[in-house]
Design a protein around this ligand. Structure first.
Ligand code: PEP
Length: 247
């Protein structure tokens, strides 16, 4: 079984207007022939222009969320089809900021994954425990439960990835120890293999939560870590490239 090709994806969240396209271009220009697949997930308002600006480069453009329906009366929402039409190739689903802020359940995330597949987008499905859950010794139970609940069987044979993002590590500067990251990634891998068979050994399991150039080498080389989902440090080309080059 070949090891997964790593994916390093930047999540720009609700940051970035037209001027930020220059930063995306600088990232694309600096990536070189790194061994990872690289993506930037900008706000939806930039999807189309960024896709055009990065066309022909190694950097893919992704969405940060998508509705579970393909179209309809959902004011303010965006569908996976629309993201694909705007040039996106992948989409982040089930980010903890959406699970917490918008009360997204595993079932909703699973339906969003199905919508992404219908649109031809590659899902990047986020899971992760809160600090209370970790302190209660429930991290593995919570994370593997989210994996089971958020991944529909329709993913069998499809290209997708998981991002393990401890909620307490996102935007806080705190990261788990490397053995803690490895323990959770191994549990996710075992769950994926139970659900999808041996082929699931090729699914990249990204780590996310305060990844920066100074900790990227250790995190990216940990067992079962197949790349990173990067928030704050993906907004500046120099920082994001520092992480990409750590691989
Ligand atoms: C994220 O929001 O997906 C994330 C990992 O953020 P940060 O890198 O800023 O912790």
């Amino acid at each position: 079984m070949t090891a997964p090709t790593p994916l390093i994806a930047g999540n720009w969240k609700m940051n970035g207007a037209s001027a930020a396209l220059a930063e995306a271009k600088a990232i694309a220009d600096g990536v070189g022939d790194c061994p990872a697949r690289v993506a930037i997930c900008p706000p939806a308002t930039l999807t189309h222009r960024m896709s055009q600006a990065l066309d022909g480069s190694k950097v893919l453009v992704g969405g940060q969320d998508a509705h579970w329906d393909d179209a309809g009366a959902f004011t303010g929402d965006i569908s996976a089809e629309m993201l694909a039409d705007a040039g996106a190739k992948l989409v982040i689903l089930g980010h903890s900021e959406r699970r917490a802020g918008w009360r997204e359940t595993d079932e909703m995330v699973a339906n969003k994954v199905k919508a992404a597949l219908r649109a031809g987008l590659e899902p990047v499905v986020c899971v992760g425990e809160t600090l209370e859950e970790r302190d209660a010794g429930k991290a593995l139970q919570v994370v593997t439960g989210q994996v089971r609940g958020s991944l529909p069987q329709e993913l069998a044979g499809k290209t997708f990835s998981i991002a393990y993002e401890p909620v307490w590590a996102i935007g806080t500067g705190r990261t788990p120890t490397t053995p803690d990251i490895e323990e959770v990634h191994r549990a996710i891998r075992a769950t994926l293999v139970e659900m999808f068979g041996e082929a699931a050994r090729g699914v990249p399991i990204l780590y996310g939560g305060s990844v920066k150039p100074s900790n990227a080498t250790e995190i990216l080389h940990a067992a079962e870590v197949g790349g990173a989902l990067v928030g704050g440090a993906s907004l500046k080309a120099a920082d994001f490239l520092g992480i990409i080059r750590a691989l």
